[in-house]
Design a protein around this ligand. Structure first.
Ligand SMILES: Cc1cc2nc3c(=O)[nH]c(=O)nc-3n(C[C@H](O)[C@H](O)[C@H](O)COP(=O)(O)OP(=O)(O)OC[C@H]3O[C@@H](n4cnc5c(N)ncnc54)[C@H](O)[C@@H]3O)c2cc1C
Length: 615
């Protein structure tokens, strides 16, 4: 791998003024910066903490299966009582953010998941309006005819774009055992929609990878949205700079208006300021955007006071409502796997041959990231107890399992509304509750898609500029725990099917001794097989009305201050049943149109309503 590209040669921005400052050059930040700088009369600055890194590890798909620790922040969560301890908090620390270090899965949730955002008081945030932006952000390339025939891959290109920046395509190689894995899902009778991206994302289906089809390398926010436009004279990206405060001017009548940021150089430690004429746009992600708002005096009063930050506006919503996809890892010992299989990489001779194949033909096992097959199942499919579970959700006192910040009546009102929506989605055959990735080896993940538990992100009271305290509170709500247990039971029944006999599966984790709910959870926990996170942190500065404990409105402007917006995954009010990146590209595309619309920048207003150029 080549060395990190340095930030030598970047312009000195201190004291300067730009129309827009984008804080964080990750997935959403680079997307928004590209679109805002399309209008050459507007200047756009992106400030990123990480550096530009582009090497085999970031580009060759198979590396997406490993943790790129040196391109991520070094954060550990607060102890998470119900999942057995602390967990790493995975956040990309590199130009492109999560899109450079993630698993490259490129999927969408069901329409019902996005329509729930509108039901939470966000007019215009529904699947139909996002579909325009899902298309705008992508270029789709179908799988090879050979793979379609051999593996039965299904797709419908009409739900993707034809000239968007992110490449949605398929690895040229699939493992042979994938056929048996698919046969088992078909035998179990789950739905098999032809194309999940249509809004019908319930069942077992094929998904694209964020992959450049010709080179079989990663398609990320940097190479999709930044590199092609980096020559624009009105677009500036600076790296290795940590924003540590949003600056405001104050007027007696106008209140607080964001007009810049303060940042610290990682190379020389200097602290400087830079100014924004139109908007400061937060794109620092679900962990650092709430931290930055809190550092700037917007947040829960007790959190700010404990860290010695004076309160500009008390906002309990900042850092609340944090959601993720907690998961249980059931592990099987399998016999008779075909060669090659994902374990074959242990053999150096095999490794040498697949690298030679990849370099020569852009084919073979190294083109595979997390695979192309996923199952997202409804609660009705997972368990016959589904209606009892739905009744249990409705019967709960909403406050009981929430962290202390939910003493705030607006936050609790918003959560209660979320809870009612969750109950409906749990009862619906048209929304998924659990993900079961379909992989050709013995790891059977059960990931809960729509938890009732809520986490928090708060300033570290003894070091406000250090990493914030990330408290997932995963599975604090017993219903979340029960659904995970039922998913483990579904997995066991699934692997007991005769179509999988040829692998002679033996359950290693948690092991067949674990039968009752408590045994399953406790044994998983003891074996470190319960995880709080899928690296899908969301919701920590949610898009909801202020009366629901929201942080930004449907216009993505922070409530109660001026010229400050948020475009990253922290705005997701209710986590969708999908991996997040395709959704965040669409959210950022829509965000850019909203920002252009209110600042008089040139753009087509029809895009906002989904009436733009249709593909
Ligand atoms: C390990 C991992 C695996 C994943 N796998 C998948 C997957 O397979 N499929 C999928 O769809 N999604 C996946 N995701 C999730 C997806 O990548 C994220 O949801 C997405 O990147 C979120 O985009 P964002 O813009 O909100 O934040 P990010 O992409 O994280 O961008 C935030 C940026 O802000 C910068 N920043 C933070 N604080 C500051 C500061 N104070 N000053 C300056 N800059 C700052 C960060 O360095 C970062 O570059 C994965 C994520 C991770 C981390």
């Amino acid at each position: 791998p080549s060395a990190t590209e340095s930030n030598n040669g970047e312009p000195d921005i201190s004291g300067q003024t730009f129309d827009y400052i984008v804080v964080g050059g990750g997935l959403t930040g680079l997307t928004v910066a590209n679109r805002l700088s399309e209008d050459s009369s507007r200047t756009v600055l992106v400030i990123e903490n990480g550096y530009k890194v582009n090497n085999a590890v970031t580009q060759v798909p198979s590396f997406a299966n490993s943790i790129m620790a040196n391109l991520m922040y070094d954060i550990t969560s607060a102890p998470d009582a119900n999942t057995g301890g602390t967990h790493p908090v995975y956040v990309g620390n590199v130009v492109g953010g999560g899109s450079v270090v993630n698993g490259m899965a490129f999927d969408r949730a069901a329409a019902a998941d996005y329509n729930a955002w509108e039901q939470l008081g966000n007019s215009g945030w529904n699947f139909d309006s996002l579909l325009h932006y899902f298309k705008k952000s992508t270029t789709f390339t179908p799988p090879t005819a050979k793979n379609v025939e051999e593996f039965g891959i299904t797709y419908d290109a009409s739900y993707y774009g034809t000239n968007g920046p992110v490449q949605a395509s398929f690895p040229r190689f699939e493992y042979q055992d994938t056929k048996t894995i698919w046969a088992a899902f078909k035998a179990s009778g789950v739905p098999t929609p032809k194309e999940h991206a249509s809004g019908n994302a319930v069942g077992a289906y094929w998904i694209p990878t964020a992959l450049q089809p010709n080179t079989q390398t990663r398609s990320d926010a940097r190479n999709a949205y930044y590199d092609p436009v980096k020559g624009r004279s009105n677009l500036v990206l600076v790296t290795g700079k940590t924003v540590n405060e949003i600056l405001f001017k104050y007027g007696l009548l106008s209140g607080y208006t964001a007009n810049g940021v303060q940042y610290k150089s990682r190379t020389d430690g200097s602290v400087k300021k830079v100014y924004a004429k139109r908007e400061v746009i937060m794109a620092a992600g679900s962990i650092f955007t709430p931290q930055l708002l809190q550092l700037s005096g917007l947040g829960p009063r007790s959190v700010l006071q404990a860290a010695g930050v004076s309160v500009k506006k008390e906002m309990p919503a900042v850092g609340a409502n944090m959601q993720d996809h907690p998961n249980a890892n059931v592990i099987y010992d399998l016999q008779n796997l075909s060669f090659p299989n994902p374990y074959s990489g242990a053999d150096p001779a095999y490794n040498a041959s697949v690298w030679a194949q990849y370099n020569a033909e852009k084919n073979g096992p190294l083109t595979q990231a997390h695979g192309s097959s996923l199952a997202f199942l409804s609660l009705q499919t997972i368990t016959s107890k589904w209606s009892q579970i739905v009744s249990a959700v409705k019967a709960q006192n909403a406050r009981t399992y929430l962290p202390s910040v939910y003493d705030d009546s607006s936050l609790l009102r918003g959560f209660t509304k979320q809870r009612d929506i969750i109950a409906n989605l749990h009862a619906s055959p048209d929304a998924a509750v659990g993900e079961f990735p379909m992989v050709p080896f013995g790891l059977a993940i059960s990931a809960l898609q729509r938890p009732l538990s809520r986490g928090t992100v708060t300033l570290n009271p003894s070091n406000k500029y250090g990493n914030p305290v990330v408290q997932w509170n995963s599975m604090q709500n017993p219903v979340d725990r029960q659904i995970i247990v039922e998913m483990v039971r579904w997995t066991r029944e699934h692997w007991a099917q005769s179509v999988l006999d040829k692998f002679s599966p033996i359950e290693l984790t948690p092991g067949v001794q674990a039968q009752t709910d408590d045994e399953i959870i406790n044994d998983l926990m003891q074996q470190k097989a319960l995880q709080a996170s899928f690296a899908h942190m969301s919701g920590s500065c949610s898009m909801m009305p202020e009366s629901y404990g929201g942080c930004v409105g449907g216009d993505l402007l922070v409530h109660g201050v001026k010229s400050l917006s948020i475009v990253d995954a922290s705005i997701i009010p209710l986590i969708p049943a999908t991996h997040l990146q395709a959704t965040m590209y669409a959210v950022a595309e829509k965000a850019a149109d909203l920002i252009k619309g209110r600042n008089g920048d040139s753009f087509s207003i029809w895009n906002l309503f989904g009436f733009g150029r249709r593909h």
